[in-house]
Write a protein that binds this ligand. Sequence first.
Ligand code: DGJ
Length: 756
Amino acid sequence: MAIQFDPGTRTFVLRTRNTTYQMQVDGRGRLLHLYYGRAIGTGDLVGLYPPADHGFSPDWYPFRLMRGVSPDVLPLEYTGFNVGDFRLCCVIARDANGAAGADFLYESHEILPGKYSLAGLPAAHDEDNEAETLCIRLRDPINGLELTLFYGVFADQDVITRAARLTNGGAGVIRLEKAASLCLDLPFGRWDLIHFHGRHAMERQMQRVPLSNDIQTVSSTRGASSHHHNPFVILCDHQATEEHGLCYGVMPVYSGSHRTDIEVDQNGLVRLVSGIQDQGFSWTLEPGAQFDAPEVLLACSADGLGALSRIYHRFLRRNICRGQFRFARRPVLINNWEATYFDFNTEKICHIAEKAAALGVEMLVLDDGWFGKRDDDNSGLGDWYVNENKLPGGLRPLIARINALGMKFGIWIEPEMVSEDSDLYRAHPDWALALPGRAPAMGRNQLVLDLGRPEVVDYLAERIRTLLRDNPINYVKWDMNRNMSDVYSRVLPPDRQGEAAHRYMLGVYRLLETLTGEFPDVLFEGCAGGGGRFDAGMLAYFPQIWCSDDTDAIERLTIQYGTSFGYPVSAMGAHVSACPNHQTGRSTPLWTRAVVAMSGTFGYELDLNRLSEEEAAEVTAQIETFKRDYRLIQDGDYYRLTDPAEEPRFVAWEFAAPDQALINLVVTHPEANARPLHLWLRGLDPDALYRVERLDLHGCARVCDETVPEETPARLGAVFSGSTLMYAGYTLPQLFGDYPSVQMHLVRLADAAARA
Ligand code: DGJ
């Protein structure tokens, strides 16, 4: 049993393979948080929090003469509001009198096999019947607001999911002005916050800062999880490294505006509250109505940041992603966006496809511009009908030609948006979000459809259903190219406008649930101007997400590095594009671009006809390499070998499986009189022997290694013990030139061979 309850002490203990989570109902019925961390045995944890009288921390009324029993100092599972705890709160609930108070007391609980689900929201699933659920019911006896806390315990995976349901069990209307998913109190320790900020075309830049004695916030108000602040944070021990130290991950399964606040209180307790963004939010609960706050995935590792990442990688692939593609090899694709932008027709696309097919590419993806009046990004969104000026006869003849080349066919759509210059907008101007009487802010000259309206979702479902039914389409790239402003829904009454942004997300999820359910054979890739909605919520529908509109291999190194803290490589859309790169103007060797894209879903986004014969041959070799290494890359354990903050010269990462490993390295700053390119490998069996099976030095103007002639790749065939490679390390030959890269494949020798 992963979940235990001791009725004597009213203590709940949740156990995963390496962690323990403990809480207790105290004498008054409050649900205290006692512990979350490395696995522990028995012992009275209440003793960790002895009563202490702190000035200006008020006591609950019954304890007013005792003093020292304040809601302002105790660690809690979920907070009330306005009843004496001045720290971050989870909920603001206003009753019909305008009074905002909440104080939840324990009523009952249930321990159930399997995993709970949430109304209309993505959440972890339990296809392998490995989870247990704990539901704890609490209630505010004054206003009748009920709180159900959900805990999904995935013991083998070291993940605990949490969610909160608020139900109006009273007689009057209750207005929620904040409804967070969870509170996580860490009473002791010195912690750093790691978060992933960025901007369009430079997403998920990892930043690590010590917690300070204030409130730190990671949030988005953009109606999307955003390029700017990814909804994933880590709290780690001040001393934690990739390999050592306690770390906690907090990952909301939500794709809209979010907010995570972290406060260090007067006693040093760290309180983290995470969930839907409360700025502009409200939700009216009529008697009997309920509100589900999105799920959050909690993980804890005592073995450093690398181990924490690997927990999330496994969990997102197994328990968030769904359908046949979560473990399947995705086709190597060619996308025409950077090859043609809007300027294409059937012949041009087929010309690109023919070359791609000849080189081994498996799918053509037709990006933006195939529909409506869409010769640039000023018009056409919403008109999901083929533009026959570009594609005479429609999609079918084009797809037939692509299929005749032995390739699958994929298509781009951006259903959540509408252009003012479109038939859809002319027919339904009121479907777009806009504040009454105000000209809306325009992003990419387009507006956001109000997916909080059921008829809009139904319309879009029907249009896309028709597109996918009428045409043999194997893949859909689902884009979203602006953030949400002017949030106002014409179908909501004035006092419910605070619901519009979340209702939009519920509409998006319903649309995605419908379409991915009806078309299980279609591979969906998420996108929001690159990685503007790269989150666990989207991964419940899209097993992969376009990582960034920045396809420059060197910039991608830091983007993919930051992304790797929470998300698996199977989710990271990555392509080889042309040089000079369209975003940065930089030139990098073709092989280096491929090495970077291979640590993602892998594809091409350029006109391969423009390559030299030598480069074209490289493309074929790259595709073969990717296919050969695919299982190791996707199923192997991912290790970051370098930290860009400490090693500015090169970036290295590794995929390790029990029988082999692949080490990747890209030189980002070549040096004169260079210092050694030395790596300590990870994830190997220290007692096993490994042979260097392949050592591919790519894009090097010259290799300097005096121990071997240039033609013989250095140390090919050499045998090392795992302990040697991990503890003494491995030094690569010096590489010259712009951005060379290395892939080194190690194969574990069979035990018999190792003994010989
Ligand atoms: C933004 C995406 O990230 C690009 O890859 C491309 O699909 C464009 N949108 C098309 O408008």
